[in-house]
Design a protein around this ligand. Structure first.
Ligand code: PMP
Length: 445
């Protein structure tokens, strides 16, 4: 298998030659919060698939819903004057779920990158409909991740995801993230740093001209950039600044929606109502590629009152509103609420965060520990704590391997070890992840 894999597959984010030199682990099964591989290991999946398998891998009601829907209506488009009962039901359920976020309408997509692209495109349409065609630019955070489409890559704040694809969309600008461990202000106090970043946002808006900006897009807690939770004043501050200048706020909640932060959405976690919310991943728990952009009432009204006749023209996907995806999402949402996974994420997230802080006391490679908001945590590794000099790749690779041999799959992303396990994790599973990591760190000491 490993040889065939190397000869025929081009893995995401890997040079083809990497597959030969460093073959991937072939995963053969998954059950509950555990995965197993072709070599006979069975480990806790502390990555939760890829931030998406909130309910674990054995969700019978979702499997049943998918099977039943396949027999009735496996596919029909929602494009050309047609719709289906599953997608209508799902929109109704999502409306209730996101009512506290002020989001009332759903636009369906096939995944996170599609959801981001949709929000960016609808934001531009919104301003055009209102007669403000000059509002075309996008602002975002350095270290933010917004998927792989050209719009999403343009608002991405991480050079690794941008430089190979330039020139990207013109008119996209980035402000410093509220990242206390490293920032251009050398400010480690979260509240003071939040104010400095907000000032940077105000300055950028003044520099660009508020009337040229369509939207600001941000993750409520930065995920792929290394799990960076801002100070509680940050996102409300962004909301206030955006509202003052007529700029739409897009919350990219592809990771944070549906309970991961310990609240049902990341925006709600910070007490903010965005204009658009991008969701995907956990909406179907990995069972089906699917996403939804939730849209605020005030934005919907502008589209509904459109006199140009051009609203919503030219944007949609073959699989927008896929009936099987919608059936899967309906079953997932029901399970998500029945199991109250947000509450478990908050409790287990505290245990995991405390456990990582304890590991930091013991292992000097751990420069920074971030978490405390549900089940998204990270450790930033350094070769030397005083200078914060970055860790070498070989050390993180060995650490990951030994951790895996000791019972937990963790994600290495640059200098960060990222943890985003299923939200149905038990306290015992948390200890399992921590002891596997302890063994990993002991091996690279
Ligand atoms: N936005 C965020 C915040 C993400 O984390 C991701 C995926 N990790 C995406 C967008 C893109 O989602 P997808 O990979 O489903 O296209």
């Amino acid at each position: 298998l490993k040889e065939h894999n190397a000869k025929s597959l081009w893995h995401p984010m890997a040079h083809p030659a990497d597959s030969l030199a460093n073959p991937p682990t072939i995963i053969t099964g998954a059950s509950g919060v555990r995965i197993s591989d072709v070599d006979g290991h069975e480990v806790i999946d502390a990555v939760g698939g890829l931030w998406n398998v909130n309910l674990g891998f054995s969700c019978q009601p979702v499997k049943d819903a998918i099977a039943a829907q396949l027999d009735v209506l496996p596919y029909y488009s929602t494009f050309r004057g047609t719709s289906n009962d599953q997608v209508i039901q799902l929109a109704e359920v999502l409306k209730d779920f996101f009512a506290a976020d002020g989001l009332t309408r759903a636009f369906f997509t096939s995944g996170g990158s599609d959801s981001v692209e949709t929000a960016l495109r609808l934001a531009r349409q919104y301003h055009k409909i209102r007669g403000e065609a000059g509002r075309t630019k996008f602002l975002s955070l350095k270290k933010g991740y917004h998927g792989t489409h050209m719009g999403g890559a343009s608002v991405n704040g991480n050079a690794n995801f941008r430089t190979q694809y330039e020139p990207l969309l013109p008119g996209c600008y980035h402000i410093p993230a509220p990242y206390t461990y490293r920032n251009p202000f050398h400010e480690s106090d979260p509240a003071k740093l939040a104010q400095l970043c907000l000032q940077a946002l105000e300055d950028e808006i003044a520099f660009q001209g508020a009337g040229t900006i369509a939207a600001f897009i941000m993750e409520p807690i930065l995920g792929a950039g290394g799990v960076i939770p801002p100070h509680e004043s940050f996102m409300p501050g962004v909301r206030e600044i955006c509202s003052k200048h007529g700029i739409l706020l897009i919350a990219d909640e592809v990771i944070t929606a549906f309970g991961r932060t310990g609240s049902w959405t990341g925006s709600r976690h910070w007490g903010v109502q965005p204009d658009f919310m991008c969701t995907a991943k956990a909406i179907t728990n990995g069972y089906f590629p699917f996403g939804a952009v939730m849209i605020a009432d005030a934005v919907v009204e502008v589209f509904e009152q459109d006199k140009t006749g051009r609203a919503a023209i030219g944007h949609g996907y073959t699989y927008s509103g896929h009936p099987v995806g919608a059936a899967a999402a309906l079953a997932c949402l029901k399970e998500t609420l029945r199991l109250n996974v947000a509450e478990n994420a908050a409790a287990r997230g505290q245990e995991l965060h405390q456990g990582l802080l304890a590991l930091q006391e013991k292992h000097t490679l751990i420069g920074d520990v971030r978490g405390g908001h549900g089940l998204m945590c990270a450790m930033e590794l350094v070769a030397d704590r005083a200078s914060k000099s970055p860790i070498d790749k070989q050390t993180t690779a060995t650490l990951q391997e030994v951790t895996y041999q000791n019972g937990a799959m963790v994600r290495v992303s640059g200098p960060n070890i990222i943890l985003s396990p299923p939200l149905v994790l038990t306290a015992q599973d948390v200890q399992g992840i921590l002891s596997a990591l302890d063994a990993g760190f002991s091996a690279v000491r």
